[in-house]
Write a protein that binds this ligand. Structure first.
Ligand SMILES: [Zn+2]
Length: 233
């Protein structure tokens, strides 16, 4: 019935055609909606905490106003969920905010610190920026950093970062330094083996991550999407 009364002037064939056109147009409308920028994005538009995951780290996502790369966000979250599954964890974006234009080009240490004036310590703030310069050499580009100021910390990531950078930074959040182990996602050295899908958090790293996550949650420094799950860590 396509929601209206069928008359001789509006036969069933017309309704079927109208429904077909609307269904074909729906993806275009969704893309156009997101093209208006980060302000139009909702947590529900992003991958949800995996059903079998014991504890999903709540993320407070900040995006440039003109950000429109939904697949990039989905890939980052998906890769983080895949790697964190080793410790029964995952991520869940619980809020999305728009970054002021002045904070989307991060050139200096002072600007990294200034990001922390946005929002509060928990949930974990995930700042996606258009450009992230190296702290010592401004001509060099960084893809991600876990930045600390006193007892506060947050993740800053370039919107050009590869798929596993959010997962790598969450490793730092959960107490891991860089690694020389070939199978560790905390190893930044380019290498041919193992293949990317076999790189994650190693058996030696996982207990550190579990303990750190439990400690941070108990201290209120990190929130879980489903409160009360900390005892399963
Ligand atoms: Zn690192």
């Amino acid at each position: 019935m396509c929601g209206v009364r069928v008359t001789r002037r509006r036969p069933a064939a017309f309704c079927a055609t109208l429904a077909f056109v609307m269904l074909r147009a729906l993806p275009i409308l969704l893309v156009l909606t997101f093209a208006h920028g980060a302000a139009a994005l909702m947590p529900a538009d992003l991958p949800k905490c995996p059903v079998k995951t014991a504890s999903c780290i709540a993320l407070d996502l900040w995006l440039p106003g003109d950000f429109a790369d939904l697949p990039w966000l989905q890939t980052q979250i998906g890769a983080a969920d895949e790697r964190l599954a080793a410790i029964g964890a995952g991520v869940q974006v619980v809020a999305v905010h728009t970054l002021p234009a002045a904070l989307t080009q991060i050139q200096t240490v002072a600007q990294r610190t200034a990001l922390g004036e946005r929002g509060h310590q928990a949930p974990l703030r995930w700042f996606v920026v258009a450009h992230l310069a190296d702290a010592e050499d401004r001509q060099a580009v960084r893809k991600g950093v876990t930045w600390r100021n006193g007892s506060d910390f947050w993740v800053i990531e370039s919107q050009t970062a590869m798929r596993w950078v959010l997962a790598h930074e969450l490793g730092h959040v959960l107490g891991l330094p860089h690694s020389v182990q070939p199978a560790s996602i905390m190893n930044k050295t380019p290498r041919l083996w193992p293949p990317p899908w076999q790189i994650g958090f190693t058996a030696r790293e996982q207990p550190i991550m579990r303990r750190t996550l439990a400690r941070l949650v108990r201290a209120g420094r990190v929130h879980l999407h489903a409160p009360g799950q900390v005892d399963k860590l």
